[in-house]
Design a binder for this molecule. Structure first.
Ligand SMILES: [Zn+2]
Length: 111
């Protein structure tokens, strides 16, 4: 067993698990896995997990897409997508590389 942690939570009349949760929360870590939090007390993964648990509990039919967890999920997804796009050069459907053209020659081509 490791050394006993002495801090402001040590003598609280709560369980060992609850102390862990309070310590994690005070350090802005997910109270389940210890990853950095995205909101109050959960990382994104556990935020989504908790949301889906809550939805299942009330047998939800609709989704509240304005909710924070959806917003963060969508923001992360679009960031990942644009990073992927930036990483590889644009290609035509036959695999040939797209050559950058100046706006003026693009106008000439269209005419
Ligand atoms: Zn977590």
């Amino acid at each position: 067993m490791g050394r006993k942690i002495i801090d402001r939570f040590t003598n609280l009349p709560v369980s060992r698990q609850r102390k862990y949760q309070l310590r994690m929360k005070a350090r802005k870590r997910c109270i389940i896995c210890g990853e950095p939090v995205v909101r109050a007390s959960y990382c994104l993964y556990h935020m989504v997990k908790y949301r889906e648990l809550a939805r299942a509990r009330v047998n939800a039919q609709r989704r509240n897409y304005g909710a924070r967890s959806y917003q963060i999920e969508m923001a992360l997804r679009s960031r990942k997508r644009s990073a992927r796009r930036a990483a590889r050069p644009a290609t035509h459907s036959n695999g040939a590389q797209v050559r950058a053209i100046s706006p003026r020659s693009a106008i000439k081509r269209a005419a």
